[in-house]
Design a protein around this ligand. Structure first.
Ligand code: B1M
Length: 205
């Protein structure tokens, strides 16, 4: 579809100024917000592939991330389902050493729109901060995007599981269900929608 192709190109080229009007036009044309989000995620994957091949570098990756973030902001009101609060609190953050936050933000946004109270600790979060801020939470959500920060995820999970009996859910591009099991996490989800389903299962909501 032409609209989605345009949005992908805009994200890939990091043309943040165009994204709002293109998304609004697509929504007005009846394209589902989920399909727009999917196209933007696909664009980020393409950017990642080009980065791996040394076709683009950090500055380009940064502007695409900015365009993506802006797009997510535009989509947020239409993606949110405004369900009743479920009286459950979760804290979410990206583990220490890792500054990727687009996926984590999407997970937080979907949890929020499913009625969870979400406290976002941001990126590069030390395990101690997860513990401190997670004391009165029902669920702790940890994201990791780098193979290099998988050990930090593992340390965070074991630290939290030793500190208290809270449920811990993990996710992020390099994380698998097997790895999540191996490091003792209670739950894993591959994407933001799956994170809501898994969180509800874990908390028996
Ligand atoms: Co970086 N980066 N990056 N990057 N970056 C990746 C991850 C990479 C795969 C690119 C590549 O080489 N192909 C690669 C990692 C390779 C590896 O680890 N093996 C990489 C690298 C190498 C790096 C640097 C090391 C580059 C450098 O400095 N030389 C550096 C690291 C900095 C650091 O963290 N210390 C770096 C920096 C950056 C930018 C700052 C430029 C920017 C991030 C900006 C930001 O986030 N604010 C950036 C970007 C944009 C990417 C790519 C292109 C896109 C990431 C993204 O936002 N995806 C990425 C390539 C790729 O992913 N294909 C790449 C879209 C997002 C919606 O998906 O985050 O996977 P994702 O989230 C999904 C799921 O994973 C899941 O749900 C989300 C929604 O569906 N999920 C969860 C995520 N968290 C979850 C938690 C859950 C459950 C599900 O429960 C708790």
């Amino acid at each position: 579809m032409q609209n989605l192709q345009e949005i992908m190109t805009t994200v890939e080229k990091g043309k943040g100024k165009l994204i709002e009007s293109q998304i609004e036009k697509s929504l007005a044309d009846g394209i589902e917000p989920e399909n727009i989000l999917e196209a933007m995620i696909q664009a980020m994957d393409n950017v990642g592939d080009r980065f791996s091949k040394d076709e683009i570098f950090m500055p380009e990756m940064l502007v695409t991330a900015k365009a993506m973030k802006k797009g997510v902001e535009v989509l947020k009101p239409v993606l949110s389902t405004e369900t009743e609060a479920v009286k459950v609190k979760c804290v979410i953050g990206t583990v220490e050493g890792d500054i990727h936050d687009i996926g984590k933000n999407l997970v937080g946004m979907m949890l929020e729109s499913a009625g969870f109270e979400v406290v976002d600790l941001g990126v590069d979060v030390p395990k101690e901060k997860f513990m401190e801020q997670g004391k009165d939470a029902d669920l702790i959500c940890c994201s990791a995007l780098l193979t290099n920060t998988m050990p930090a995820l593992q340390e965070t999970v074991s630290f939290l599981k030793n500190a208290f009996r809270k449920k811990v859910m993990v996710g992020g591009a390099p994380i698998t269900a097997d790895f999540a099991d191996q490091i003792g996490a209670d739950g894993y989800a591959a994407d933001a929608a799956g994170a809501v389903t898994r969180a509800k299962e874990l908390l028996e909501i």
